[in-house]
Write a protein that binds this ligand. Structure first.
Ligand code: 8YV
Length: 330
């Protein structure tokens, strides 16, 4: 029997390519060329599966042009790049990569929190610019992390990882808001108390965003929400661009309505709002929260295992729309 055909849309670890090549006929993109959506669709038109990152969009137009497609395996826990209802209608399975990146991403949430609160990037730039000629009592004095109030918006796996770090490692008081409240055992493990979104914003010393991006969470933090926050507070976004109104955030940071921010994700990334680039009180990183070598490797292997599991055995590891499996394409 002929091997099934898959597209790997971006450069990826060679060992993951080898693993997939043992089972499939592969078209890859190890040169990591930026493909237009048309180019992506053209290459996918005769494939049975695709390995995606969150940069590739799976929508109904693409699905209509790819009649053989059975599975899209995202190397990401977030899947706002997938139109899941359209995939379900087209009998195309979607899979994501949950679990394997939880702790690494929670580590990075804390990295940004510490860096923003203690003004790490700002002070390093100043030092490198040769401006350090003497000590001063208030030199880059920031806000404390230990013992402060850690507020988490979105309390999935990563949110809970951040809560545990804050409560157990830094003696922080942890509050959270989520679509649904956690059970009391999980709340106790995380030492986290459920509050309304308004109380979360008003009380936060450090607010960390870890919620998925959907039409409801678009601009969940805009000018009105920022106005509720303490001027001494910090805001950390490791979730998705578009959850924060970046223009409103830049304005609040410039006006010192908010002390500092740490951002790993941006509206329209890799473009960054030009005003954010000019502000000293924001730490900016290029969507690297899950980027430890072991974790990126685990994410890539999980996406590959989903392709192999589904296309060869009908058993994906982490399906998003498992109902598709009942009437999958032959
Ligand atoms: C990925 C992420 O690195 O998993 C996610 O949802 O945002 C990141 O961990 C990125 O999306 C690449 O696919």
């Amino acid at each position: 029997m002929d091997k099934q055909r898959i597209l790997i849309s971006r450069a990826i670890f060679p060992e993951v390519i080898d693993k997939l090549a043992a089972h499939f006929e592969i078209e890859g993109n190890q040169a990591d060329e930026p493909w237009s959506q048309d180019e992506f669709v053209r290459r996918l038109a005769n494939k049975h599966g695709v390995f995606t990152t969150s940069s590739e969009r799976i929508d109904s137009a693409l699905l209509g042009a790819c009649p053989d497609l059975k599975i899209c395996a995202n190397m990401a826990v977030g899947y706002n790049n997938f139109d899941v209802p359209a995939m379900t209608s087209a009998k195309v399975l979607g899979t994501n990569a949950p679990g394997v990146l939880t702790e690494t991403t929670a580590d990075f949430g804390f990295t940004l929190l510490m860096a923003a609160a203690r003004r790490v990037s700002e002070s390093e730039h100043w030092l490198r610019a040769g401006k350090w000629n003497r000590w001063r009592y208030d030199l880059f004095a920031g806000s404390d992390v230990h013992g402060s109030t850690l507020a988490i918006l979105g309390m999935g796996r990563i949110g809970r990882g951040i809560a545990r770090r804050g409560a157990h490692g830094f003696g922080m008081r942890v509050i959270y808001h989520n679509r649904s409240r956690l059970d009391s055992t999980t709340e106790a493990e995380c030492k986290a108390s459920y509050v309304s979104k308004e109380e979360l914003l008003r009380t936060a010393d450090h607010l960390v965003l870890v919620l998925p991006y959907t039409s409801e969470s678009h601009h969940a933090i805009g000018a009105a929400e920022l106005a509720l926050m303490k001027p001494s507070a910090t805001l950390i976004n490791i979730a998705r661009g578009g959850i924060v109104d970046d223009a409103a955030l830049a304005h609040a940071l410039r006006e010192k309505r908010l002390a500092a921010a740490g951002l790993d994700v941006f509206e329209g990334e890799p473009k960054v709002h030009p005003e954010l680039l000019t502000l000293p009180n924001v730490v900016l990183t290029p969507h690297i929260a899950s980027a430890s070598v072991p974790t990126r490797m685990a994410m890539a292997h999980l996406a590959a295992d989903n392709l192999i599991g589904y296309l060869l055995h009908g058993k994906p590891v982490t399906p998003l729309n498992p109902e598709v499996m009942e009437w999958k394409k032959s």
